[in-house]
Design a protein around this ligand. Sequence first.
Ligand SMILES: Cc1ncc(COP(=O)(O)O)c(C=O)c1O
Length: 410
Amino acid sequence: MYKELDTSVCTLMSPGPVEVEPRVLRAMCTPILGQFDPEFTEIMNETMAMLRAVFQTKNQWAFPIDGTSRAGIEAVLGSIIEAGDRVLVPIYGRFGQLLTEIAERYGADVVNIETEWGQVFDPQVVIQEMQRVKPKIVAIVHGETSTGCMQPLKEIGEACRAMDILFVVDAVATLGGTAVKVDEWKIDAAIGGTQKCLSVPSGMAPITFNSRVEALLLARKRIERGLVEPGKYKDNQNRMIRSNYFDLSQLMDYWSAARLNHHTEATSMLYALREGLRIVLEEGLEQRFRRHALHEEALTQGLQAMGLKLYGNSECKLPVVTSVSIPEGIEGEAIRSMLLKDFQIEIASSFGPLKGKIWRIGTMGYSCRKKNILHVLGALEAALIRYGAKIHIGRAVQAALDVYHSPESN
Ligand SMILES: Cc1ncc(COP(=O)(O)O)c(C=O)c1O
């Protein structure tokens, strides 16, 4: 016989998934409604309205894709890329590689530029490459959780608009934790994540896109429906959106007043997302970003007071993820497993060139709070002492408390 679930209550300090807001968990127990019940379609409309506010956009289209964050990326890229389209993907970590892989699978001619992990691009470098390769789309990550760096987007967005290039942004890590200004930065399509700064479980990917993207989708839909003169496009078949599940033109009908049937909505996840967004807007975007910055400051002060070194260029640090160099002679995984086993705290390792070199600590959503920061600093210090690391003992929690007790933080 299998026992009823009774999981540990962990302090989740990785860059996702993070702890879920208790109100969100409660919302998930709400009884299921039929997806065309007016009570439910009203919940869909409210969710769209709240997503517009969180993405800071006036776009009509803002709704979740059912699936994890990469489902949102696939829906956007797969619906706008036609085979052979040139897509420029600047890579500065693992998730730029993911954008590349997805674009390639939809037949794009992908051009990459790369920079060292721990850095971001000078926007001018991206713009020069745009001028050279003339892509249809630029796709880039806003917050690279693999390195803890954040790419400035405004200049690139303005250049894309001036050159009539579509600008697609992976804001999976940043949405709800730091500003994602879709309209001001001239982002044509953005994808967020639920399991990070929104503190909702993984399983939906909020997206938004503007009328430039909509026009392209509608043109492709006309082909799909045979509304284009026969023979006008020799390669009509190639121009169809390849995926049914991720076809944004069909999803627009599903999320519009037409409510054309597509998939069966993930009802409980929509309840969760709605509650998560309600909490974000109740807190207020600016206040929420200040809260994330305060706890990031307490964490980084504490880590540095212990004598640990932060990894990556501090000028482009992602406020919701802190990368820490693993001290010489210390086995990163041994510390992580001690944190989990003895303190029920989870922090993350990293990938690719940074594997075994850094730990990544998230300060995201509901996990981003004073109790958790003090807990992780105290536990990390204890584990490092246990493994004989040469650190400054007794200073980390005090340095974080200094931040919390400073007049500016009150
Ligand atoms: C920046 C970024 N993009 C995309 C993803 C992929 O998200 P998912 O694992 O939910 O598909 C992640 C996940 O960690 C991420 O951090």
